[in-house]
Design a protein around this ligand. Structure first.
Ligand SMILES: [Zn+2]
Length: 284
């Protein structure tokens, strides 16, 4: 889970976005009401429980705003907006940390909050499974609200711990959230709840498997082969720790791949040769 930088320069004025979505000038009464609602959204950190409902506005303009959002679909005038918002997440889902955030999630869902259907600050890149598991979650209290990837600031600290388990002929790595690493206790609760809800261990599972094999191959070819084929546990531990430092430089402090690399460095059985269980078998 991590914070995204909202691409303000590329998105510009949300009312220009709205105009493009409506395909015409924004009606004055709609604009006036929306300015207040958008400000409420910002002041309430995008948490539904902090935003006052404006039922008459929803009834009057909700359908038009939801239709405007559909202009972000491929081949429609606002597809560029979708592309920009997906681009800021790169190849990482801000919710689970897994790969491929290919969908735009309405942070506040469209049905209860149609006023934010085409508000760019409410549109967040997310992977398909996270988006599905989040579903229409809005959170009745701030403690149960999903973290807002643009507004809530997740500190650059390691808030995950990894447990390495040796199974027969293989290894598995699972992660746990450490709330104590997050100074803001409400944010910590929200993160814990969300990570559980999106089942982030399950989301990361295929990538963990792939990374384990990749690391095993790299240890074999980059550490053990140059050492004359001799397994030197301390060289392997050092390699895995440096690998973790490099990952944090490339991604961010506390990125799960770095946590995993350090946990493997601390696993004596793995570093003393157990990693070879993970090497791809030559074809029989
Ligand atoms: Zn995800």
């Amino acid at each position: 889970m991590y914070t995204l930088r909202y691409p303000h320069d590329k998105i510009g004025d949300p009312f220009d976005v709205l105009k493009a979505g409506l395909g015409k000038a924004v009606p004055k009464p709609m604009e006036t009401a929306l300015r207040t609602l958008y400000l409420d959204y910002w002041l309430g950190s995008g948490a539904g429980c902090r935003i006052t409902a404006n039922k008459p506005f929803r009834v009057k303009y909700g359908a038009a705003l939801r239709a405007a959002y559909k202009k972000t679909y491929e081949g429609k005038p606002l597809f560029g907006l979708r592309a920009e918002l997906l681009a800021v997440a790169g190849n990482r889902c801000p919710s689970c940390g897994g790969a491929r955030p290919v969908q735009l999630d309405h942070h506040l869902p469209q049905t209860p909050f149609p006023e934010f259907a085409i508000f760019p600050l409410n549109l967040v890149a997310m992977c398909g499974p996270c988006n599905q598991r989040k579903s229409a979650t809005t959170g009745k209290t701030i403690a149960s609200a999903f973290v807002h990837p643009y507004i809530d600031q997740i500190p650059a600290v390691s808030f995950l711990t990894a447990t390495v388990t040796r199974a027969v002929g293989s290894y598995t790595v699972s992660f746990a959230f450490s709330p104590a690493a997050i100074p803001d206790s409400v944010l910590a609760k929200r993160m814990a709840r969300q990570l559980e809800k999106v089942d982030f261990n399950r989301a990361l599972l295929p990538e963990v498997g792939e990374l384990l094999t990749e690391l095993a191959l790299r240890l074999e070819t980059e550490v053990v082969a140059p050492n004359g084929g001799v397994i030197d546990q301390s060289l392997i531990e050092e390699y895995l720790r440096r690998n973790a430092d490099r990952i944090e430089l490339q991604h961010r402090i506390g990125f799960w791949q770095a946590i995993m690399s350090r946990a493997l460095a601390a696993e004596a059985s793995f570093c003393s040769g157990g990693y070879r269980d993970l090497l791809p078998r030559p074809p029989a």
